[in-house]
Design a protein around this ligand. Structure first.
Ligand SMILES: *Cc1c(COP(=O)(O)O)cnc(C)c1O
Length: 440
């Protein structure tokens, strides 16, 4: 039996921590990102017969290969059973084009997958410690709603979500601030950067850390990436004769966690030939892929706003996976980027042609995939990830397609609920006092 899996920091590979430290700590003190020291290749028999398993069995096999020495099989099975309680259907769109719908979770965005898994894994890791864990999340929208819902009613864990008073859509606020129980929503009189500064200051405040066990739940936590590996295999499970196909997958990207999970899946043996990183005009990674130069810059606002990232945090992980070789990265990964006009046109065109309604993030990926397929006829199967339900972005989508978007029932239920947030200034002493009062 091998030793327990350790995690190193992308900044200093000699740093080694356990799963517990990586998950509960979130980020290494040297500000790198944790990576598993070893990414196992899955058995060929498993890779050859995905289509004879069901989704949860696939999840368990992958999780066991990665974490099996740290978590007893029965516990891992419970975590997966509870966290991965919605499917990721592959839907045929048109010739050579399929979409993997990742929006069937409670907040209608793919971030539900990572948040639900993280919450159950954290609950398992703290279960015997007797101490409550308090999670702080700053959000401009999607992350906060997925985390708040993912941790709702999880024993031993309190979540405090900070969101900017003005800069949030009504749907997002309803998804964050109507839950109650162990979820507290703080409406901060400021912008997203103020929220983030409050969280960062608190996480480094030794005075607070004496009475509270604090951690964050942002997308750099390695345990959010692990369950995202699952659905890439689930995509292939739904394609017949996938071993004899040339397959390319296009991922709409912002912080590049989703794509990193896909590249990790490839390392574990996912039989896919190529990935495409599709972005909006925040295009630092597509530019890197063609030029070899990575030049972070301030983000620009777009209609696919969950991808408005100028300095993608998981880029360090992609470099790490390929030992920083641009040539090696280029071999597996192509890039493309699109303007808001192109994105709107794609939504309109596909709705008109087929009736399928894209959200703006999925539309960017659809463009990335179809352009690539047109230039690379040897690929017979394309998949793009649809990361959010169009109803979440109905203000953008409805004028483009000229008719109402269907609102799923689980989203309607949020809209009827009452907001219970606490308003707060953006001054740190106010936030600290609130946390100290809560700890008593
Ligand atoms: C967060 C998000 C993305 C970007 O995912 P990354 O893992 O940060 O690249 C894409 N689409 C939607 C809808 C999102 O919420």
């Amino acid at each position: 039996m091998r030793n327990k899996l350790k995690f190193y920091s992308t900044t200093d590979r000699s740093v080694r921590v356990t799963l517990r430290e990586a998950v509960l700590g979130g980020m290494p003190p040297d500000k790198g990102l944790y990576m598993p020291e070893f990414i196992p290749r899955l058995p060929q028999s498993f890779l050859n017969s995905l289509d004879s398993s069901d989704y949860q069995t696939i999840c368990l096999e992958i999780a066991q290969a990665l974490l099996g020495d740290d978590i007893p099989s029965a516990a891992l099975q419970n975590i997966i059973h509870d966290a991965i309680n919605f499917g990721t259907p592959l839907v045929w769109i048109e010739d050579r084009v399929n979409t993997l719908e990742l929006f069937h979770g409670p907040t209608l965005a793919f971030k539900d997958v990572g948040a639900r898994f993280m919450s159950r894994l954290m609950a398992f890791l703290i279960k015997d410690s007797g101490q409550k864990l308090t999670i702080l999340v700053a959000t401009s929208g999607d992350t906060g709603s997925a985390v708040a819902n993912g941790f709702y009613d999880i024993p031993g864990i309190d979540v405090i979500v900070l969101y900017p008073a003005a800069k949030i859509s009504q749907i997002q606020e309803k998804q964050i601030a109507t839950l109650g129980k162990n979820i507290t929503a703080l409406k901060i009189d400021g912008n997203f950067d103020d929220c983030q500064r409050l969280v960062k200051t608190a996480l480094a405040d030794s005075d607070l850390l004496r009475s509270l066990r604090l951690t964050s739940a942002n997308s750099i936590n390695i345990c959010r990436l692990i369950p995202q590996i699952f659905y890439y295999f689930n995509a292939l499970r739904q394609i017949g004769d996938y071993l004899s196909r040339e397959i390319v997958i296009c991922v709409p990207s912002g912080n590049f966690g989703n794509l990193t999970a896909g590249l990790m899946a490839k390392k574990m043996g996912l039989p896919v030939q190529r990935f495409i990183a599709a972005t909006n005009i925040n295009h630092v990674v597509p530019v890197y892929l063609t030029s070899g130069t990575f030049a972070p810059r301030p983000s620009v606002q777009t209609i696919s706003n969950a991808m408005d990232v100028g300095d993608p945090s998981n880029f360090a992980r992609i470099l790490d996976l390929y030992n920083s070789s641009w040539k090696a990265i280029q071999k597996d990964l192509a890039g493309a980027y699109y303007t808001d006009d192109e994105t709107r046109q794609a939504i309109a065109r596909l709705a008109h042609k087929t009736g399928y309604v894209l959200d703006p993030h999925g539309a960017v990926a659809y463009l990335g995939l179809t352009d690539y397929l047109a230039q690379n006829p040897r690929f017979d199967t394309g998949i793009f990830l649809e990361t959010a339900h169009p109803a979440k972005f109905k203000d953008i989508v409805e004028p483009v397609i000229g008719k109402p978007v269907n609102i799923p029932l689980r989203l309607k239920k949020f809209l009827d609920r009452e907001i219970k947030s606490i308003s707060m200034s953006h001054r740190y002493p106010d936030f600290k006092e609130f946390l100290l009062l809560k700890s008593n």
